[in-house]
Design a protein around this ligand. Structure first.
Ligand SMILES: Nc1ncnc2c1ncn2[C@@H]1O[C@H](COP(=O)(O)OP(=O)(O)O)[C@@H](O)[C@H]1O
Ligand SMILES: Cc1ncc(C[n+]2csc(CCOP(=O)(O)OP(=O)(O)O)c2C)c(N)n1
Ligand SMILES: [Mg+2]
Ligand SMILES: [Mg+2]
Ligand SMILES: [Mg+2]
Length: 321
């Protein structure tokens, strides 16, 4: 595809975007009408939205359009999974400048489509608007399959805290890219293209998870939301939190304690949940701490019993943002 988005025009772009999509049996009416129609066998619909903005969530010199597509879909699909639901459909709202090469949004859509396919969902609609900063706003829908939603508020003292998926890999990759390097590849790739363990969300619900979230901002920050919503403290045992040797090497090279990436790095979209103590967890879950009766008036996350007094993760209005 030659030319720019402006040359293609709004409806030319929409035609090209939608022509690349695939469908699923849940999609009754896909893109092309005033709205889509998606089957909701459960009669409840899980709905969530996250925005990705150029130079805030991604950089075009660090990630391909396809990578940004995979990541923007993953960020939203992970939120559906973290409720214990199976993703069904996503809507893609795009802001693009007129002089952007048309290949960029088309390859973005390929990435969104492919990540949706990994999670079992399909793109059912969207919007295109001309603007100065590339913005990808995705809405994802999901189905609870007759189970109760797993919220952030159900953690109880005595519960175990367990996690599945990657922790700190994206943050280590971000640190590498920020310093002008392109390797080690595994970490840079983790930053470009997270791999949320989608299946683990519904699986955790089935196993009796009492609270759950995906780790988008950082483990300590996101568990902080569970602590606050549940009115309980959460203590992490650092000895049970794996720091890969390769991550330690990068930490050494750039002067950062790698445990900091694991505890406060976001964007890997691992799934962390609390479970009753007698749960039988499959091997992919690592037990990393426990829920405790709150020690003070404000529920908090502690590490090895000590309050975590640094930032627990990304904050769009924080000092690092
Ligand atoms: N502009 C908004 N209007 C209404 N609700 C919002 C808005 N921004 C965030 N929220 C809600 O606040 C909660 C926390 O948001 P956020 O930290 O972005 O969640 P997540 O990490 O799951 O994406 C979510 O339930 C989200 O839907
Ligand atoms: C260019 C660039 N700068 C900084 C970051 C780091 N970063 C941006 S947003 C974010 C947290 C996750 O995004 P957010 O919009 O908070 O998603 P949500 O928590 O709502 O799911 C992080 C770690 C990045 N990925 N790219
Ligand atoms: Mg959000
Ligand atoms: Mg999110
Ligand atoms: Mg966030």
């Amino acid at each position: 595809m030659k030319g720019t988005v402006g040359e293609l025009g709004e409806f030319g772009l929409i035609r090209e975007l939608t022509s690349r999509l695939t469908s699923t049996p849940a999609v009754k009416i896909g893109p092309g009408d005033d709205a889509a129609v998606v089957a909701a066998p459960d009669r409840r619909v899980v709905a969530t939205t996250d925005i990705l903005l150029e130079n805030r969530h991604f950089r075009r010199d660090w990630s391909t359009a396809y990578d940004v597509g995979r990541k923007s879909a993953a960020q939203n699909l992970a939120d559906v999974a973290a409720m214990g639901a199976v993703p069904t459909a996503v809507l893609v709202a795009l802001v693009v400048p007129a002089d952007l090469p048309a290949t960029w949004p088309l390859e973005l859509m390929d990435g969104i489509r492919d990540e949706c396919q990994v999670a079992g969902a399909a793109v059912v609609g969207g919007d295109v608007v001309r603007g100065d900063t590339i913005t990808v706003a995705i809405t994802a829908l999901g189905d609870l399959r007759s189970r109760a939603a797993v919220t952030r508020s159900g953690a109880r003292p005595g519960n175990l805290v367990a996690v599945t998926g990657w922790l700190g890999w994206s943050a280590a990759g971000f640190a590498v890219l920020s310093r002008g390097f392109r390797s080690p590849r595994a970490f840079v790739e983790a930053h470009r293209r997270p791999e949320p363990p989608y299946h683990a969300g519904p699986a955790a619900a089935e196993l009796g998870a009492t609270a759950m979230t995906d780790v988008s901002d950082g483990l300590v920050a996101d568990l902080g939301h569970i602590a606050a919503a549940s009115g309980a403290d959460i203590d992490l045992r650092s000895a049970d939190i794996d720091v890969p040797a390769q991550m330690s090497d990068i930490g050494q090279a750039v002067g950062v304690d790698p445990l900091h990436w694991v505890l406060t790095g976001g964007e890997d979209h691992a799934i962390v949940a609390t479970f009753p103590r007698d749960v039988k967890l499959p091997a992919r879950w690592r037990i990393i701490g426990e829920v405790r009766t709150p020690a003070g008036r404000i529920p908090q996350v502690t590490v090895d019993g000590a309050p975590w007094d640094k930032a627990g993760g990304w904050d769009h209005f924080g000092d690092d943002a």
